[in-house]
Design a protein around this ligand. Structure first.
Ligand code: SAH
Length: 340
């Protein structure tokens, strides 16, 4: 039994059944701080690891917004959960060619994993970068250009199961012979947090306070500092029930309770909810395919002769439709590129 599994079991013995969010939080802290999980040799592959065009399109989006803001002389670019630092490296390589904007930039990364910080340092050698454990320490005195790709899906989520018309929290507990299993706790969902739709027995409702709080904090910062935010992730844009909690190891789905700490845990992002958290400043979400095409990825793919990369990032049957992009901008005068 791994040290992590022992720690989880001890916690359940001492404090009782553990909700899905606490489980996810403990497991992912271990997972991300002990490996580089990306790419063919890792567990999963993200858009920036598929193609440089992903970062190039985001760079174009940021530069376009900066021009629409009339070119503030000092801004910060902030990325949450930068992984290997590939996206930021691609963004900066592209922005270097736009000297006026490039001169205005300072870079801040929010990352908790020491191993991934090291990777980011290597990928961004030569750039002036500052690291943070959380958004709270990022400077507040300049417009912020914020980006996060596949970050929200890594923040913990709770699950509730509909039983006889009420929502009971899903938990993880121990059997008599010391195995971890899913169960439901007596605790019910606060009325104010209940889904608007009526559930039927067996429906699962997912709720992530961590994601909502993070997005709310970014939005409040943008309101105060000015700038723009982009959250890119897979998820849904209409309220929906369903169990999307999943474990992926070596590019395959595995049992959540069997490869503990060795598989990535995620769940789909509820953009419908996040739009209500942000309010009128929310733009979109639009699909990743529509976003990238609007910014010119098809022309770029032709030039680079990369039709396969284009298909993977923007194809409807690949990442183009399931992945969505939500923008945040509090200035109603600014019409962001690629958003209606
Ligand atoms: N954006 C990258 C990596 C996505 S994986 C890409 O697209 O390739 C999730 C990233 O978020 C990792 O870098 C992980 O270490 C980081 N992360 C996860 N939870 C975090 C938290 N609570 N605070 C800061 N970073 C976190």
């Amino acid at each position: 039994m791994s040290a992590l599994e022992r720690q989880l079991k001890n916690s359940i013995r001492q404090n009782g059944p553990m909700n899905v969010a606490t489980f996810m939080d403990m497991v992912l802290r271990h997972y991300y701080s002990t490996r580089d999980p990306f790419g063919v040799k890792g567990d999963f592959t993200t858009s920036p690891e598929i193609s440089q065009m992903f970062g190039e399109m985001i760079a174009i989006f940021l530069a376009d917004t900066w021009v629409k803001m009339k070119g503030p002389p000092k801004i910060i670019i902030v990325e949450a959960g930068p992984g290997r630092g590939t996206l930021m490296a691609d963004i900066l390589r592209t922005l270097r060619k736009m000297s006026e904007f490039y001169e205005a930039i300072n870079i801040h990364l929010i990352e908790t994993s020491p191993i991934l910080r090291q990777k980011q340092m290597e990928a961004l050698k030569g750039y002036n970068v500052q690291w943070h454990d959380m958004l709270q320490t990022v400077p507040q005195d300049q417009p912020m250009f914020f980006v996060a790709n596949e970050f929200l899906d890594a923040l913990p989520v709770r699950q509730y199961l509909c039983e006889a018309g009420s929502w009971r929290e899903r938990v993880i507990t121990l059997t008599h012979d010391d195995r971890l299993v899913f169960d439901v706790a007596p605790g019910q969902l606060k009325l104010s947090q209940c889904p608007k739709m009526k559930g039927e027995d067996g429906d699962i409702f997912e709720l992530s306070e961590a994601r909502e709080n993070f997005v709310r904090d970014v939005s409040a910062r943008l309101q105060k500092q000015g700038g723009v935010g982009l959250f890119i992730d897979y998820g849904f844009d209409q309220p929906a029930f369903g169990d999307t909690f999943q474990a992926v190891r070596d590019h395959k789905y595995v049992d959540i309770l069997s490869d503990i700490g060795e598989a990535d845990l995620t769940s789909h992002v509820d953009f419908a909810k996040l739009v209500t958290v942000v309010g009128p400043a929310a733009r979109g979400p639009v699909t990743q395919g529509a976003f990238l095409k609007h910014l010119g990825i098809e022309e770029r793919a032709e030039k680079l002769k990369q039709p396969e990369e284009l298909k993977r990032l923007a194809g409807d049957d690949q990442m183009g439709r399931l992945f969505r992009v939500m923008g945040i901008c509090h200035d109603p005068q600014i019409k962001l590129a690629a958003f209606p």
